[in-house]
Design a protein around this ligand. Structure first.
Ligand code: NAP
Length: 299
């Protein structure tokens, strides 16, 4: 597949479809990324939290040894909550680069606006069983991320799970505007207001959980791909509900990063540029919104 791209505020082109890799681990992750690259994917989404950057690096190296150029693939990683302290930002980015075997990232996101206790425990829990927070303001973290751009370690920086007022703060007080905000979005959480805001500010929105994370259905109970309205639209176009979810996003300029370990599904998830949803289809999908989130982050 040759995937259409969206222009970032930096001028770089970002493929509208990428491979998500949360919960892809070890050899399975390596095989999945190799399969995705073979299927023509040129955008991979990862994070320190996913603990799979070495496997992704192995797959990228193999493909680059076989002729793929570094600049042909768009690699995204994220700064984890325990690395918000200004002294931790550069080392965290460098560790992701070393694990991925890359000299630069195409995009580095602040994974969340809220900081957790420093250290190598990625999920620090306090005596109440809650995440142990720290008191670093995200603007202090952002200023260090800006220096990563200056140093050439990352081509663009952005945020994830930021709400509109947090984004406004970065846009007002930062030196570099966030190129992207990566948020949960699928037909049950359409994020229309966020998209409108991002579009107005020249920020690209990426939708995570674009299929409603069907693998975790028993935990969140949101059977997005089973929705009867989505099924009707899919049938009308000779497509699957997953393809309708993804098409709806890219048609409104939103980047999607569906995760799969299966080559056939990767192909299915990328075959979304040969049909178009009508205004009526789009209205039906927009009306499915119910603020139904897989992830209930404290913002
Ligand atoms: P998702 O992409 O909505 O769903 C992934 C699940 O759908 C997997 O269980 C996969 O199973 C299945 N699947 C894939 N294609 C399918 C298809 N065509 N039909 C039916 N089922 C299909 O959820 P996600 O993985 O949570 O989110 C996507 C990516 O967003 C993540 O992998 C990660 O990179 C990113 N993310 C970011 C954040 C953040 O805070 N920034 C949070 C969550 C996720 P198989 O693997 O078996 O195919």
């Amino acid at each position: 597949m040759t995937c259409p791209t969206v222009k970032l505020s930096t001028g770089a082109s970002m493929p509208l479809v990428g491979l998500g890799t949360w919960q892809s681990k070890n050899n399975e992750c390596y095989e999945a990324v190799k399969a995705a690259l073979d299927a023509g994917y040129r955008h991979i989404d990862t994070a320190e939290l996913y603990q799979n950057e070495k496997e992704i690096g192995r797959a990228l190296k193999e493909k680059m040894d076989a002729g793929m150029k570094r600049e042909e693939v768009f690699v995204v990683s994220k700064l984890w909550n325990t690395r918000h302290h200004p002294d931790d930002v550069l080392p965290a980015c460098q560790k992701s680069l070393d694990d991925l075997g890359l000299e630069y990232l195409d995009l580095y996101l602040m994974h969340h606006p809220f900081p957790w206790a420093r250290g190598d425990n990625l999920l620090p829990i306090n005596a109440d069983g809650k995440a142990e927070h720290s008191d670093v303001h995200f603007m202090d973290t952002w200023k260090e991320m800006e220096k990563l751009v200056d140093a050439g370690l990352v081509k663009a920086i952005g945020v994830s799970n930021f709400n509109i007022s947090q984004m406004e703060e970065v846009l007002t007080n930062g030196r570099i505007n966030p190129a992207v905000n990566q948020v949960e979005s699928h037909p049950y959480v359409t994020c229309n207001r966020m998209l409108e805001f991002c579009t107005e500010k020249g920020v690209v929105m990426t939708a995570y959980c674009p299929l409603g994370a069907p693998g975790d259905l028993k935990d969140h109970g949101l059977a997005v791909l089973e929705d009867s309205e989505l099924k009707k639209i899919a049938e009308k176009h000779g497509k699957t509900p997953a393809q309708v979810c993804l098409r709806w996003q890219v048609q409104r300029g939103v980047v999607v990063i569906p995760k799969s370990l299966r080559a056939a599904r990767m192909v299915e998830n990328s075959q979304i540029f040969d049909f178009e949803l009508s205004a009526g289809d789009v209205e039906i999908i927009n009306n499915l919104n119910r603020d139904g989130r897989v992830y209930k982050w404290e913002w």
